[in-house]
Design a protein around this ligand. Structure first.
Ligand code: MN
Ligand code: MN
Length: 468
């Protein structure tokens, strides 16, 4: 065989070896096909899981189909056993029991299943100029101007005075009505247009149209509001006071859709952070008898600081590990200290439309694979765990060995802003932890964008972590 003549100089070859440049993930035809197929499941998951409550229901259904059973305290589980722990209606943990003794540590992946949205206020219903509205209070970091003039769906639960729970789900079915927040027409928007972006749209103007036909009765005041109350009572048996005991959320009434002629990207509500929830759940499903026991945490309340008993600042993960440890006759402290964890959450992808917000050399890129962030936070690394080089090295070896396309980076320019994750709620247990996730375009927008290749690489990374 004739040796192919290299046209590269010695220095070119040396440069290739010595210098680093982030590159697009290169997938073969079959792997690209596998990535696209994987994302079909992901899109269905997104459409069925618009709130943390719906997400928990979807996860339980999928987990049960794969043999997961509700965890029983005190019971000893054999290697390969699959259990779940549901925390009320808003958070859930999956676990696959490993072969190694528990005090050799767990493999933990934590993500969150709450997403930015508009919650109804406790007294939401009012009428103004014959139109009935729901008042909202935004949840998480939203850019307020993005929420008017898009179709909204309502999800949630209402408890009646007698304690009976009623589920609300309106706006997802094509035959359902949708809900809507108005914006000013450009013709009359001159004054609004002069304002700063942060001042042109107010939280108090994010009022959702709920009805427009008044009750035909001149003896009644607030005729449209009354007509809406009548409709709600007929359909759900509720009264206005029942909104005091309700969790109702307005979310974009869009389905997940492919973007581009090549269908390489997905637009959807709630990628943050159902991407990491779905991919880590699928990784837990994929392991059979792992070396180390896996714990996949899908937490609530991350977007508002992880407080509350379903947020990861609560001790439910700790209690679960303590129960596992007690059943195995080992010290929980030893289990924690020997464990390894991934804080799985999305990060920002470099956006060529807004290059000024990013530092190009350290920005995550669409299609460059799953993103590992040594630190997140803001300012002088405020609020981050800043993972050690030693643990970064463990992650690097693991990802390279499993042939996962991955990249490193940070969110944006220093002092541009920033964000936090659940990482500190894992690291507090003396667990090696790192932030890892999928880079997004338009994060926290009603429709966020992700690359199918990056979603698949997140799955492969999590699978490798559970098999490592
Ligand atoms: Mn997130
Ligand atoms: Mn977020």
């Amino acid at each position: 065989m004739k040796e192919e003549k290299s046209i590269k100089s010695a220095n070119e070859k040396l440069q290739e070896k010595l210098a680093f440049e982030s590159k697009q993930a290169k997938l073969g035809k079959s792997e690209l096909k596998a990535a696209f197929k994987f994302c079909e499941g992901y899109k269905t998951f997104l459409d069925n899981s618009k709130t943390e409550g719906l997400c928990v229901e979807t996860v339980i259904k999928l987990a049960k189909e794969r043999g997961y059973v509700s965890f029983k305290e005190g019971k000893k589980y054999a290697a390969g056993a699959k259990v779940y722990v549901r925390n009320r209606g808003a958070a859930i943990m999956l676990a696959t029991i490993g072969k190694k003794p528990l005090d050799e540590g767990l493999r933990v992946i934590a993500s969150h299943i709450d997403s930015p949205r508009l919650d109804l206020k406790p007294n939401p219903l009012f009428e103004d100029s014959e139109i009935a509205y729901f008042k909202t209070h935004y949840y998480g970091g939203v850019r307020k101007y993005q929420w008017p003039t898009i179709p909204l769906a309502l999800h949630g639960v209402i408890y009646k005075a007698d304690g009976e729970m009623v589920r609300i789900n309106i706006g997802e079915d094509e035959n359902d009505p949708i809900f809507y927040i108005t914006d000013l027409l450009p013709h009359l928007g001159r004054e609004q247009g002069q304002k700063k972006l942060s001042e042109a749209f107010h939280g108090e103007s994010l009022n959702i149209i709920i009805g427009s036909i008044p009750e035909q009765d001149d003896k009644i005041e607030n005729k449209t509001k009354f007509a809406v109350l009548k409709l709600l009572n007929e359909k759900y048996g509720i009264t206005e006071a029942d909104f005091h005991t309700a969790d109702i959320k307005a979310v974009p009434a869009y389905k997940a859709r492919d973007i581009g002629l090549d269908r390489g990207l997905i637009a959807s509500y709630g990628h943050d952070d159902r991407i990491c929830a779905y991919t880590s759940m699928m990784a837990d499903f994929a392991v059979e008898k792992p070396e180390y026991t896996t714990v996949t945490i899908l937490a609530d309340k991350e977007e508002v600081g992880s407080l509350g008993n379903t947020g990861l600042d609560s001790y439910y993960f700790q209690y679960f590990v303590e129960e596992l440890a007690e059943a195995a006759g080992v010290k929980p402290r030893r289990v924690f200290a020997a464990s390894k964890a991934l804080s799985a959450d999305v990060n920002a992808a470099f956006d060529p439309n807004f290059p000024e917000a990013f530092e190009k050399r350290n920005a995550f890129r669409v299609n460059h694979g799953v993103g590992v962030a040594k630190y997140v936070g803001s300012g002088g690394k405020g609020g981050t765990i800043d993972t050690s080089a030693a643990y970064m090295s463990f992650i690097r070896t693991m990802l390279d060995k499993a042939k996962v396309a991955w990249q490193v980076g940070e969110m944006g320019k220093i002092d541009q802003g920033g964000g936090g994750t659940v990482a500190s709620f894992l690291a507090r247990y003396d667990i090696d932890t790192v932030d890892i996730g999928v880079p997004l375009l338009s994060m926290h927008a009603p429709l966020e964008i992700v690359s199918k290749i990056d979603v698949y690489m997140a799955f492969k990374a999590f699978e490798a972590f559970y098999k490592n």
